[in-house]
Design a protein around this ligand. Structure first.
Ligand SMILES: *[C@@H]1O[C@H](CO)[C@@H](O)[C@H](O)[C@H]1NC(C)=O
Ligand SMILES: *[C@@H]1O[C@H](CO)[C@@H](O)[C@H](O)[C@H]1NC(C)=O
Length: 393
């Protein structure tokens, strides 16, 4: 009998303890969200956000299956809570009229949050209308909204999220510390304008792992002030490649430091591994980059540094880039170039690239009897192991 009582008591204690520590979960449908793809569910989502942000213990917003139409949402912190999960089984859909968000900069913005995990889900920004406007050369097209913007935040995880057809960039990380993006899937057509996959700037400790990025602009673009960045296991293409830059647009600009890009593949992309700067004076720099283990398939510019970027030859003709590029390593880069020049280092006359190293690079000119070639201008460094085309450093 005493044993039974003890058992019952133990069970009660376990249940009580579980209740006390269980994360509170807020289902957006309970707040009135409608999974019909048409009803504006912005208010219910914001109510759920207020609930989790104001909670003092770990809390989850749960989005069940279905399509939820959302206008521009601002998930603002600081929150009382540093363990927020947004678990999405459904799809978030932007308004079909691109003008609703077109001038708003962002569709979904997280600002000043800490300890937020976005788990699963699909964002469907329905960007095709805006792209059509832009390609019709109409001057009345808005710039377009970034689908997911993470600003001024710490410890953010994005896991298993799919982003479809953004108006502008798919995702932007700006002013953040410690952001992990894992298993991200970006999908947009090769000819959709300005649809960069993931753009990073003024952030440190950003990690992108095991992701597939197919889009109309850079798969990953790395802007000023990016440090301690790690990109591994990314498949890019179609798209414009993984790009550090454009840098040096401004006279006073933060540098890019300690970037690792590993185990990446490029298929039919415009560029592979690129560093790009404006041909203008700038305090910007790039120091410490490792590009390791990349496979190129039919890539127009597999390895490229271009410091003479000056679109339309406006505000920079005959100027030289102030951006100082140093300590850039290319190790184990293989595959095919779609153009004859597989390796191009076109550096600044005023600030030549220094400390470029190449080891075991083998790129051939696709389906051609003529060999691939390399081009160096104002570039210094060393080559070792197999280097094909022959190094011009
Ligand atoms: C470079 O960045 C990685 C993360 O990407 C970090 O682990 C490492 O400590 C950084 N190195 C330096 C010297 O800061
Ligand atoms: C370079 O790649 C080509 C094409 O894949 C291959 O035939 C060649 O053997 C490779 N060269 C070396 C030295 O690995």
């Amino acid at each position: 009998m005493a044993n039974h009582l003890l058992l019952v008591l133990a069970v009660i204690i376990v249940i009580f303890f579980k209740e006390a520590t269980a994360a509170a979960s807020y289902n957006v449908k309970k707040f009135g969200a409608k999974p019909d793809g048409r009803t504006d569910s912005s208010k219910p989502f914001m109510s759920a956000w207020s609930a989790v942000c104001g909670s003092t213990k770990p809390a989850t917003i749960y989005v069940p299956k279905g399509r939820y139409m959302l206008g521009g949402l601002r998930f603002r912190g600081p929150c009382k809570n540093r363990a927020i999960t947004i678990r999405i089984d459904g799809t978030l859909v932007a308004p079909s009229n691109y003008r609703v968000l077109g001038s708003a900069n962002y569709w979904l913005l997280f600002n000043r949050v800490e300890g937020v995990t976005i788990q699963g889900g699909t964002l469907d920004a329905q960007g095709a209308g805006l792209w059509a406007c832009k390609s019709s050369n109409s001057k009345n097209c808005p710039q377009g909204a970034t689908s997911l913007a993470i600003y001024n935040s710490n410890k953010v995880v994005v896991n298993g999220l799919t982003s479809l057809n953004s108006q502008m960039f798919h995702m932007v990380v700006n002013g953040c510390n410690n952001v992990r993006m894992v298993g991200v899937n970006v999908v947009a057509p090769w000819n959709s304008p300005n649809t960069d996959g993931i753009h990073i700037q003024y952030s440190t400790g950003v990690t992108i792992l095991s992701s597939k990025l197919t889009t109309g602009d850079d798969c990953v673009s790395i802007g000023p002030g990016s440090t301690n960045l790690w990109i591994e296991g990314v498949a890019c293409g179609p798209g414009h490649g993984i790009s550090i830059g454009s840098l040096g647009k401004d006279l006073k600009e933060a540098g890019v430091q300690n970037v690792t890009v590993k185990r990446v593949t490029f298929k039919g992309t415009q560029n592979g591994l690129r560093i790009k700067s404006w041909a203008r004076p700038s305090s910007g720099f790039v120091n410490g980059v490792l590009f390791q283990n990349a496979i190129m398939t039919n890539v127009q510019n597999p390895i490229v540094i271009d410091q003479n970027y000056c679109p339309g030859r406006i505000n920079c003709p005959r100027q030289h880039s102030g951006v100082k590029i140093s300590n850039v390593k290319y190790v184990d880069v293989h595959g095919t170039s779609a153009t004859k020049v597989a390796v191009k280092f076109d550096c600044s006359k005023k600030n030549p690239c220094r400390g470029i190293t190449m080891r075991d690079v083998n790129l051939s000119f696709k389906n051609q009897k003529t060999a691939a070639s390399s081009y160096c201008m104002n570039a210094g460094g060393t080559a070792s192991g197999v280097v094909n085309p022959t190094s011009c450093l």
